[in-house]
Design a protein around this ligand. Sequence first.
Ligand code: HEC
Length: 432
Amino acid sequence: MRFLLALTAAGAALAASNPKSVTYYKDVLPVLQKNCQTCHRPGEAAPMAFLTYEQTRPWAKAIKASVLGKQMPPWFADAAHGKWANDRTLSADEIATLSSWADNGAKEGNKKDAPAPVTFVQGWGIGKPDLVLEMPESYSVPDSGTIEYQYIIIPTGLKEDKWIQMAEARPGNRQTVHHIIAFVREPGSKWFADQKPGVAFSPKTMASNGQRQGGNDEASREFLVGFAPGSPPEVLRPGTAKLLKAGSDLVLQMHYTATGKAGTDKSAIGLVFAKDAVEKRVFTSAVTTNKFVIPAGASSHDVKASMTLQEDADLVSLLPHMHLRGKAFEYRAVYPTGETEVLLKVPAYRFDWQLWYEFASPKRIPKGTRLEVTGTFDNSANNRFNPDATKDVKWGEQSWEEMMMGFFDVAFDAKKDPMDLFRPKKRTGTDD
Ligand code: HEC
């Protein structure tokens, strides 16, 4: 069996039969190009680049430890459930190659053996955007204290409807930007209708000062794209796209965290328009609840929510979201036949990796299917990320409070109103 496996991948087979011959150019670089360089290059998520031998060599031992320990590349889905288009799991051969390289002197080898370098578009993971919408002014991030979510309205200036094939939220300053969510606000929406475009404001601060904010109007806003550590850009399949109506605004929700040093940020959203005809509109929603209390000290507390889809749809991808006490997450589909299927299981949830899990092929969800999610929380002192194990924890925006959100993308007949999926007209939520 081992022999057969070894025959399938020539490079890795060599590495396995003669580990001493493993070199950077011949064996290691191809693995790094395919699995690591999207993040391990200048300006991206990882703090160090793995583009050259000189950059990679000092990390050889750490690379071995991180791939053997499955910390790298970041990927947390239980392989027993679901097949994923963006699965980052390394093959056994790839892990063996990186380990034997570290064990045998991390040799450079011959440059002539190197594969051609991968060309990345600097600054964007989606290639060159058709439209970039940037914060008109920089936001000044204080050096300390709690920073409430800031909102910034950016008019799109679009004169006609546009289908969005790819979207990327790009932090201006990765040190302080904890997350970005770009919402679409349809023309005529009352959501934050009193606020001036381009100027950052905080609904929470305004509420505590008794100021007017404009209506909530949840039905007139839509999640377009987000940024959080490890989250890739939104890249939709040909024939499917998100809709940006003429005259819409983007509303950015910015979560900044103070780092001890004051700084500024000017984040931007990049959009690539669809070039093909669009048959299905993609829409982001979430199965969620804010009615929960996680008792102080509880090491495994489940919070559940569910939502029934009212029309046939294709599930495209899933993103579990909890905060520092998040421990595990599961999505299930309960079909109209009564059958239950586990769609995604994340046994060891990590707050610092907000990952979308994209189905290898979209999952058919017949009308009347109930989507169920369970978030499991560890509020005990054994959770090393727990800011305070002596407090009961409720829903809240800050990382020391909690959330339980099962985000999902669905694709739905582009000619229909996606709101029909969620009767009564509410875009996120729970059945009860
Ligand atoms: C999605 C982005 C992403 C991908 C893909 C990725 N990394 Fe990382 N890597 C990071 C980030 C961010 C950090 C720093 C934070 C951390 O350690 O969690 C990191 C840290 C590391 C570290 C340092 C760990 C330590 O001991 O401090 C190593 C080694 C590493 N990565 C190796 C790899 C290898 C090898 C691959 C490919 C097989 C890879 N990474 C793929 C984002 C990524």
